[in-house]
Design a protein around this ligand. Sequence first.
Ligand SMILES: Cc1cc2nc3c(=O)[nH]c(=O)nc-3n(C[C@H](O)[C@H](O)[C@H](O)COP(=O)(O)OP(=O)(O)OC[C@H]3O[C@@H](n4cnc5c(N)ncnc54)[C@H](O)[C@@H]3O)c2cc1C
Length: 414
Amino acid sequence: MTLEQTHLIVGAGLAGAKAAETLRAEGFDGRIVLIGAEHERPYERPPLSKDYLRGEAGREKVYVHDEDFYTANAIDLRLGRTATRLDTSNRELELDDGERLRYDRLLLTTGAEPRRLQIPGSELEGVLYLRSVGESDVLRERLDHGGAVVVVGAGWIGAEVAASARQRGLEVTVVEPASVPLERVLGREVGAFYRDIHTDHGVKMLLGTGVEAFEGETAVESVRTSDGRELDCDLVVVGVGVQPRLQLAAQAGLAVDNGILVDERLQTNAPGVFAAGDVANARHPFYGERIRVEHWANALNQGPAAARSMLGQSAAYERLPYFFSDQYDVGMEYSGFVRSWDRVVFRGDPAGREFIALWLARDRVLAGMNVNVWDVNDDVQALIRERVAVDDRRLADPDIPLGEVAQLEKGGVA
Ligand SMILES: Cc1cc2nc3c(=O)[nH]c(=O)nc-3n(C[C@H](O)[C@H](O)[C@H](O)COP(=O)(O)OP(=O)(O)OC[C@H]3O[C@@H](n4cnc5c(N)ncnc54)[C@H](O)[C@@H]3O)c2cc1C
């Protein structure tokens, strides 16, 4: 008789929940314990800055699984429990109530948390962050009262919150040190597209300036910018990026560097310990380097991949990074990973708000984003994956299907 094995998952977010589901789906019949610091069962975060925040979608929409899924699959879901200490030599995990759990395999899906601003007035009431469903509830209630909101940071979260607040009729000002929103990821041309959709909807975009202080008695009443403006407001939402939650891994002596370092099978440097989702800085076979991806699809797919690795299946995780964003009536999907590029080629006109942008270095496509154009994401990914030389004119020509741009190039036909 073999002893029952125990697989622990720390972090009951999307990656953790999908990993637990996959362990069972792949036939693991031992004990699964899924530990989550939050009191909610696992949920998805994208709606929290979009329809859920605007009150257009209910709580049921956000959950990863139905309530009875966990008992039906014999997954021991421990909510409101934080894992506080990991001992990898004795394969033991300690929880905040002192309970110790032995494991055969352990998966860390501890996610990421918002970077906090440390400036005067940071502690004032009404200076909000958005990561959890509870924080989305608080923000939604504030939006119900109307008024003026200052959004600090024009990254994805800031931009989506600005759009939702504007759609709810608030006066919205965005303060962002870069010259356009999302400049680091998208560059100036596509960033300018996002600037324009916000200004067209009446958002005041204060670009090229930062925030010096929040001011008010007990609650925030105004924001002082580094170029000397005073912005009166009822509320501030800070979206200045996230950082991976590394405390447990670092304390346990796992290798960490901008995330928990894992190989292409999502295994850490400790035997039997894996990591996935926002917290994992994973070696990517396609890129030949480690990357950490802070997006929904990565959590959705890496959780299951880690579960399969925990069961001894030896497939590498090699999906290309993918994410999406919805702002007003502009939906987009982005595939690829790019730190630098030579140029952006457009297929379609950004002014018409239906286009595909492709980021290239020399004659190779590194990333692509389709805006209000659908069913082309597989073609964009194929262009990236195949690493074929492409011609800018054909890439830009809407009469040549994207899928055929690569094929023509491969076949060498001019
Ligand atoms: C408002 C918002 C909107 C977003 N919109 C999009 C979008 O449009 N498109 C997109 O691609 N991505 C989006 N994302 C990003 C996406 O939600 C994340 O990439 C995804 O949530 C990552 O999932 P995860 O499971 O890795 O981590 P998380 O979702 O961060 O979950 C980790 C969980 O682990 C728990 N935990 C941490 N440490 C411990 C511990 N020691 N013990 C127990 N539990 C612990 C945490 O409490 C948390 O619940 C959005 C994120 C936010 C916040």
